[in-house]
Every structure is written in structure tokens, then in C-alpha cells.
Design a protein around this ligand. Structure first.
Ligand SMILES: Cc1cc2nc3c(=O)[nH]c(=O)nc-3n(C[C@H](O)[C@H](O)[C@H](O)COP(=O)(O)OP(=O)(O)OC[C@H]3O[C@@H](n4cnc5c(N)ncnc54)[C@H](O)[C@@H]3O)c2cc1C
Length: 414
């Protein structure tokens, strides 16, 4: 049996960042995952570090959009009929948190984390020797209709109040930045305080390697074996059992598998999403992630090719993949950018771990001494991994947290 100060369960971007921050504070830490670091959700995202978002992604509230989604005609959303009943309570809660007032409230609560996200990544990238994956080129959101651009105005005004900068561009201005795009849109917003990564998997691996260099151990094991043993937490790994006074659950969409049997109830929902890489035709290229807001997909330059990512699919976490959204968005993506053939046979499926208020759950687990929670980062887990690592490590070591962690407590749902 090995003894450590802390066990971190889950080696996605969140768990790996927590483990690294704890190791930087001098703790002996075991990072446990059934796979290699960064190989699940943290691998396949759009690679955006959204230092400058305003409102979290909301449940549609307009009737026309709801009807489009219900009829499975919305390119940005899909759902499984058979799972609707099961996920209805979470969807209802998410709908409730999608009013303009609640979105503003979540935006303000997220801001202390978001505003530090680029700087926190940059610091870890530097010390991990991974700056080559980092781009400070912003991201661009495109609007095909004047009305859609006009509808952004209240969000931009509120963004300006909370310190989020966005630069409006006409088609020509956007094409000057991204000459390979076709002029199928009328307006664009350039968000300069956003950064991106050209290979999120390699970045999580680099953070894990840095953690190992500081004396941390990465182990293979099943987090569901977590249990109490002589007043400590114990998890079984391929190298034998590991004990620690503190354990952190950072299992992303799988976090409920471990916390629910321990009596910790949190409304963790899943928004599935897909990606596929494409060759760019000729010498076409992109310098930054691009969001086509009309059809709810993103294209972003990755080391593997141009990665096309889809919006949300509401279905059971473990249901078989149904990547129908590619059929809906691909013609529009091809209209915008000269995408060639796909690089892989099948699209990749990922699962965003989402709380209904779009805030992560960070801090102590209610009623379980020594158990900490760090999950539910939804659409922005890649962005928020390092800043989460800092906050959790500060809380666990009794340092003054850089921000008040109250808004992220699990108890907010009780
Ligand atoms: C299509 C798509 C696009 C996205 N784009 C962006 C973006 O541009 N920017 C952004 O910030 N975020 C984005 N996200 C969200 C982001 O990817 C996630 O929020 C983030 O990766 C979650 O990280 P995590 O560490 O919490 O979870 P994960 O990366 O899923 O890590 C959880 C880990 O737990 C492990 N695990 C699970 N069960 C067990 C078990 N029983 N025992 C041991 N280990 C276990 C898994 O193997 C995994 O390694 C996107 C997501 C998707 C799906």
C-alpha cells in the first residue's frame, strides 16, 4: 500500500491541472485514471481558451428555435427520443437557468475564473515546454444575417460592463484576417482576449509530464474503487492500493459514478458533441477557431487538420454515437471554407459535463471529510482546467483562494 497526501481521480485537463498545482505546492500526489492523461473529453474539443466569453451557452427560449430542435431540424442541437424522459429533469433545470437574468448572474460568477484562464494556461504551458501549441490569435464568430448580429448587441453591452472585449468586423475586415473563408456571412466579431491550442491532448500530456517531473505519480486504476479505509480514502490501482487523507473527484462526465454512491447528489448533465478532422483543399488555411453562429458548428486549425466540432446532443452519456449533425452542418461548413476529405473513418464522440447553471462544482464534497469536487465545466473545461487547479490547490492547502469559491459550492443545488 502506498501513502500520499492526495489522490486525484481523473487525468483530463481538470484533474491533471489540479494534480500539477498540488505538486507545485509540495504535496505527494497520485493521479489515477483508467486511461492515459487527456484521452477523453479533453482530447477532442475545439481547443479554445475562452478568456472572453459573455453568456454561457443557453437552452433555446424562442418558440421557433424550440420547434426546430423538436423536429430535429436544428443543426446546433440533436437529441435521442428514447432518453428524453430520463434527462427531462436536467433539461428543465437548464431551461430555468437560461433566462437573461440568470445568464448574467452566471456570467458574473464565471468571470473571476474566465479572466485568468489564458494567463494560467500560459504559465503552465511555459513550465511544461508546451508553448508551441499555444496561439494568441483570438477567435472569430460569424453572423450570416443582420438580425443575428443585431441580437448580439445586449450581450456585447453587458460584456463591456464585465470587461469582455469584442471587435465588430464587416465581411471584408474578417476576410483580411482569414483570407481562406468565403464571403457567405455579413458580420463578424473578433474576440482578441481568446487563445487556442493546436493539440489539446498533447497539452494535457505535457502537464502530466511536468507533474511527474515534480515527483507526482500517474497510475492506472478504476476510480469507482474509492472507499474509506482506516479514516483515509483508498483507491485500487494497477500498482496496488493507494491511501490519502484527501481525494479529488475530477472525472468530468463520469464524476457522478463515484460521488453518487457516496451520497453526494449534484445535477450533472451531459451534452454530447462530435468532431472530425478534414484536409484543407489546396493551400487554404485558418489562423484561429471560427464559429458559424447560424449553424452552430466550429472549424479550428489543429495539428491533425481542420477540426470541425458540433453543438450539443442531448442523450444518455453511454448511448451509441449518432453523428447526424455532421450531415446537417457539413454543406454549410464547405460553403464557408474549402474542406477536403475527412482524415478519420468515424467522427469522435465527446461528453461535456454540464451543470444546469453552467458553473463548475468546485470545493469540498458535502458530508464527506477529505473529499473534494472539481467537475462540471461544461463547454469550457479546457479553458478552466488550470485556473481550477490553482483554486482547488489553494483551498486544499489552506492558502487564501484567489477568488471567493462560494458560487461554485455543490450545496448551491440543495
Ligand atoms: C465537441 C466539444 C468541443 C469542446 N470545445 C471546447 C473548447 O473549445 N474550449 C473549452 O474550454 N472546452 C471545450 N469543450 C469542453 C471540454 O472539452 C470539457 O469541459 C473538458 O475536457 C472536461 O475535462 P475533464 O478533465 O473534466 O474531463 P475529461 O477530459 O473527460 O477527463 C475525465 C477523466 O476521467 C477518466 N475516468 C472516467 N471514469 C473513470 C473511472 N471509473 N476510473 C478512472 N478514470 C476514469 C477518463 O478516462 C478521463 O480521462 C468541448 C467539448 C466537446 C465535447
Amino acid at each position: 500500500m502506498a501513502r500520499t497526501d492526495a489522490i486525484v481521480l481523473g487525468a483530463g485537463i481538470v484533474g491533471t491541472s489540479v494534480a500539477l498545482h498540488l505538486a507545485k505546492k509540495g504535496l505527494a500526489v497520485a493521479l489515477v485514471d483508467k486511461r492515459g492523461p487527456g484521452e477523453e473529453t479533453s482530447y477532442g474539443n475545439t481547443g479554445v481558451i475562452v478568456g472572453a466569453s459573455v453568456f454561457p451557452t443557453a437552452f433555446p427560449r424562442s418558440l421557433s428555435k424550440l420547434i426546430q430542435v423538436a423536429l430535429k431540424r436544428a443543426p446546433e442541437a440533436n437529441y435521442h427520443w428514447g432518453d428524453l424522459l430520463k434527462i427531462a429533469p436536467w433539461l428543465y433545470a437548464y431551461y430555468g437557468w437560461s433566462t437573461p437574468e440568470k445568464l448574467k448572474d452566471s456570467a458574473v460568477k464565471l468571470r473571476p475564473l474566465m479572466s485568468r484562464s489564458v494567463g494560467e494556461h500560459k504559465a503552465l504551458l511555459e513550465e511544461s515546454g508546451a508553448l508551441k501549441y499555444f496561439r494568441e490569435t483570438g477567435w472569430m464568430t460569424l453572423y450570416r444575417r443582420d438580425a443575428a448580429f443585431e441580437a448580439m448587441k445586449p450581450q456585447l453591452e453587458f460584456g463591456a460592463q464585465i470587461g469582455v472585449a469584442a471587435q465588430p468586423l464587416d465581411t471584408e475586415g474578417a476576410l483580411a484576417l482569414e483570407p481562406s473563408l468565403a464571403p457567405v456571412f455579413r458580420h463578424a466579431l473578433m474576440w482578441p482576449d481568446v487563445a487556442s491550442l493546436s493539440n489539446p491532448l498533447m497539452v494535457t500530456r505535457a502537464y502530466a509530464a511536468r507533474f511527474s517531473a515534480l515527483g507526482g505519480v500517474v497510475l492506472k486504476g478504476d476510480a469507482r474503487s474509492l472507499h474509506r479505509q482506516n479514516g483515509n480514502w483508498r483507491v485500487d490501482t494497477d500498482e496496488g492500493p493507494v491511501d490519502a487523507e484527501n481525494a479529488v473527484v475530477a472525472l468530468g462526465p463520469w464524476s457522478s459514478d463515484v460521488v453518487e454512491p457516496l451520497g453526494v447528489k449534484v445535477p450533472l448533465g451531459i451534452k454530447r458533441g462530435y468532431h472530425r478532422h478534414y484536409h484543407a483543399k489546396g493551400n487554404a488555411a485558418l489562423s484561429r477557431p471560427i464559429i458559424d453562429t447560424e449553424y452552430g458548428y466550429a472549424i479550428t486549425p489543429m495539428e491533425q487538420g481542420i477540426r470541425l466540432t458540433t453543438g450539443a446532443e442531448f442523450a444518455s452519456r453511454d448511448a451509441a454515437p449518432t453523428p447526424v449533425q455532421f450531415d446537417r452542418v457539413l454543406p454549410h461548413a464547405r460553403e464557408l471554407f474549402p474542406l477536403g476529405e475527412p482524415n478519420e473513418d468515424e467522427p469522435w464522440l465527446g461528453r461535456r459535463p454540464n451543470m444546469p447553471d453552467s458553473l463548475p462544482v468546485l470545493g469540498r464534497a458535502p458530508g464527506q471529510a477529505g473529499l473534494w469536487l472539481a467537475f462540471g465545466h461544461g463547454h469550457w473545461g479546457l479553458t478552466l482546467g488550470p485556473v481550477t487547479g490553482r483554486l482547488i490547490a489553494e483551498m486544499m492547502t489552506g492558502a487564501t483562494p484567489f477568488t471567493d469559491p462560494q458560487p461554485y459550492r455543490a450545496e448551491r443545488f440543495s
